[in-house]
Design a binder for this molecule. Structure first.
Ligand code: FES
Ligand code: FES
Length: 164
């Protein structure tokens, strides 16, 4: 009987994750999400739907949001991947992380890493000009706990629009 996973299905991938180069030997079909969680023990990135519908797995690749459950690890060769573990610098939380805490932008916390990564990108893209805009550009990140008003308040504050 033919083996359905041949040795040729494995590839060497050099991932740049949170400023560190990681050399992996993985099945070419492994998603970035599984590579982060299972190979690199970066479990801050969450697996929700595993099919591109919830946003829990959002990370940044070259500063842009990607759904890591829909991205192959092998596609990220040479790209700069940032996960929730890579946001804090010099022992200080990222301003978006601090704002989520201040505004209670989470309850169970499962969606929170994806929400925060999306929020960081949204702010960099200049998409936080109004609450409507924030809601629109955060619409790919679902929260079963319904923390949306607090999430919007946190992003609004970091965008410099205070607590309207
Ligand atoms: S786990 Fe990737 S979008 Fe839901
Ligand atoms: S805080 Fe629970 S799913 Fe968003």
């Amino acid at each position: 009987m033919q083996n359905t996973v041949s040795a040729e299905a494995y590839v060497d991938v050099r991932l740049h994750v949170n400023g560190t180069v990681q050399a992996l030997h993985v099945d070419s079909r492994v998603t970035l999400l599984d590579a982060l969680r299972d190979e690199l023990a970066l479990t801050g990135t969450k697996k929700g739907c595993d099919q591109g519908a919830c946003g829990a797995c959002t990370v940044l690749a070259d500063g842009k949001r990607v759904l890591s459950c829909l991205t192959l690890a092998a596609q990220c060769e040479g790209r700069e991947v940032t996960t929730i573990e890579g946001l804090a610098a010099d022992g200080r939380l990222h301003p978006v992380q601090e704002a989520f805490i201040r505004h209670d932008g989470f309850q169970c916390g499962y969606c929170t890493p994806g929400q925060i990564m999306s929020a960081v990108a949204l702010l960099q893209e200049g998409r936080a000009g109004s609450d409507e805009e924030i809601r629109e550009f955060m619409s790919g990140n679902l929260c079963r706990c319904g923390a949306y008003p607090n999430i919007v308040a946190a992003i609004r504050e970091v965008a410099g629009r205070g607590s309207e």
